[in-house]
Design a protein around this ligand. Structure first.
Ligand code: PEP
Ligand code: MN
Length: 332
C-alpha cells in the first residue's frame, strides 16, 4: 500500500509513523510517502488523520505501477531527458567491454560524430567462464571518466557485484545492473541510496513481476531514477542467443510507469539480426536502445559476434530515424 501523508506532517512525525507501521518513507513530488507490503489493504486507524491519499495493490508492484502514477516517469541522463512527456528514444552505443584507451576513444569519437550523447562500456564483466576476459575494472572506469571529460559524453557501465558498486556510482552517469546481477540485494540497496539513474536489465529467467520488484527495491529506497531494460530470455531456442520478449515490453508499457530501453544486441547474439530487431523495438515507441558497437568487432574481447562495426552503426542510426518518427518518437 502507498500512503501519501498530509502537508502538515513534518519529517519527524513522518519517520515516527513509518516506524509504527513498518513502512518505507520517501519524499516524492515534495510529499512524504509511505510504502508497505501490498498485503496492507486499509489505512491503519491510528494514522487516518495524517493520510491525504492512498493506493491499494494486488501485489508488490506499487511505486512502479501505473495505478499509482499514470504518467511515465522522466529520467535525466546528464542533460538528456527520456520518459515523461518527451517521446525521445535515446540511442546508447559502445563496446561490450572497455578494452583500451585507443578502443574507447574510437567509440567516443564515433558517438560525437553522430551527435549521440551516451557511451556504454563494461569494466566489470560478469562472464560465464572465469577464464574469459573479466574487464579492466577500475582502470576501465577511469578511461570512461576521461572520455566523459574530453568528449562531454554521458557514460553507462555495469556493476558486477556489490564490492565495487560505489566505484561505479562515482564514475558513471547511469549505473547498469546486469541480467545476472539484478537479484543482488547489496547492489540494489546501494543504488537506492544515490540519485544517479539506474538501468536494470531483466535476467534471462526473470518474470516480469520479479523484474519490476527489483526496480521497487531502488524506488522504495528513495531513488526515483530507474530505467528498465529488456535484453532477451532463455527459451528452448538455440539458434539465437536469447529471445527478445516484446510481449513483455507491451505488458510493461501498459502497467508500469518506468522508461523502457531495449537491448537487441544481447538478445540476438549475432550482429546480422541487430538492425532489423532494432527497427521492431523502435516501432514499439520505446525510450531507448542499447546497441553494442566496436571499432573491430572480430577482435572484441567479449561478445564479438554481436557487435556492429562503425559503418553498420551509422547506417542503423539513419534507418531508425523514420521508424521512430512514424510512431511519434525522436531518436536522440
Ligand atoms: C552487457 O551489457 O554487456 C551485458 C553483460 O549484458 P547482460 O547483463 O544483459 O548480459
Ligand atoms: Mn556484452
Amino acid at each position: 500500500m502507498i500512503l501519501e501523508l498530509k502537508n502538515k506532517v513534518d519529517r519527524e512525525q513522518a519517520e515516527k509513523i513509518a516506524e509504527k507501521i513498518k513502512a518505507f518513507l520517501i519524499v516524492t513530488e515534495g510529499k512524504h510517502t509511505l510504502i508497505t507490503g501490498a498485503s496492507m489493504k486499509e489505512v491503519p486507524a491510528e494514522i487516518e488523520n495524517e493520510v491525504e491519499r492512498y493506493w491499494v495493490f494486488d501485489n508488490d508492484i506499487q511505486l512502479a505501477s501505473k495505478k499509482y502514477r499514470k504518467n511515465k516517469r522522466s529520467v535525466h541522463i546528464g542533460n538528456v531527458e527520456i520518459g515523461g512527456d518527451t517521446k525521445n528514444t535515446i540511442l546508447i552505443g559502445g563496446p561490450c567491454s572497455v578494452e583500451s584507451e585507443e578502443q574507447i576513444r574510437q567509440s567516443s569519437e564515433l558517438l560525437v560524430e553522430m551527435g549521440l550523447t551516451t557511451l556504454r562500456g563494461g569494466c566489470y564483466k560478469p562472464r560465464t567462464s572465469p577464464y574469459s576476459f573479466q574487464g579492466l575494472g577500475l582502470e576501465g572506469l577511469k578511461l570512461l571518466a576521461k572520455m566523459r571529460q574530453e568528449y562531454g559524453l554521458n557514460v553507462i557501465t555495469e556493476v558486477r557485484d556489490a564490492t565495487h558498486v560505489h566505484e561505479v556510482i562515482e564514475y558513471s552517469d547511469v549505473i547498469q545492473i546486469g541480467a545476472k546481477a539484478m537479484y543482488d540485494q547489496g547492489i540494489l540497496r546501494a543504488c537506492a541510496k544515490t540519485n544517479k539513474p539506474v538501468l536494470i536489465k531483466r535476467g534471462f529467467g526473470t518474470t516480469l513481476k520479479e523484474f519490476v520488484q527489483a526496480a521497487e527495491f531502488v524506488l522504495s529506497g528513495g531513488n526515483e531514477n530507474v530505467i528498465l531494460c529488456e535484453r532477451g530470455l532463455r527459451t528452448f531456442e538455440t539458434f539465437t542467443r536469447f529471445t527478445l520478449d516484446l510481449c513483455g515490453v507491451a505488458w510493461l508499457q501498459e502497467h508500469v510507469n518506468l522508461p523502457i530501453v531495449l537491448d537487441p544486441s544481447h538478445a540476438m547474439g549475432f550482429s546480422y539480426g541487430v538492425p532489423v530487431l532494432s527497427k521492431a523495438c523502435v516501432a514499439m515507441g520505446i525510450d531507448g536502445l542499447l546497441i553494442e558497437v566496436h571499432p573491430t568487432p572480430k577482435l572484441a574481447k567479449s561478445d564479438a559476434s554481436q557487435q556492429l562495426n562503425h559503418d553498420e552503426f551509422r547506417k542503423l542510426h539513419q534507418e531508425l530515424q523514420p521508424v521512430a518518427q512514424s510512431v511519434g518518437y525522436k531518436m536522440i
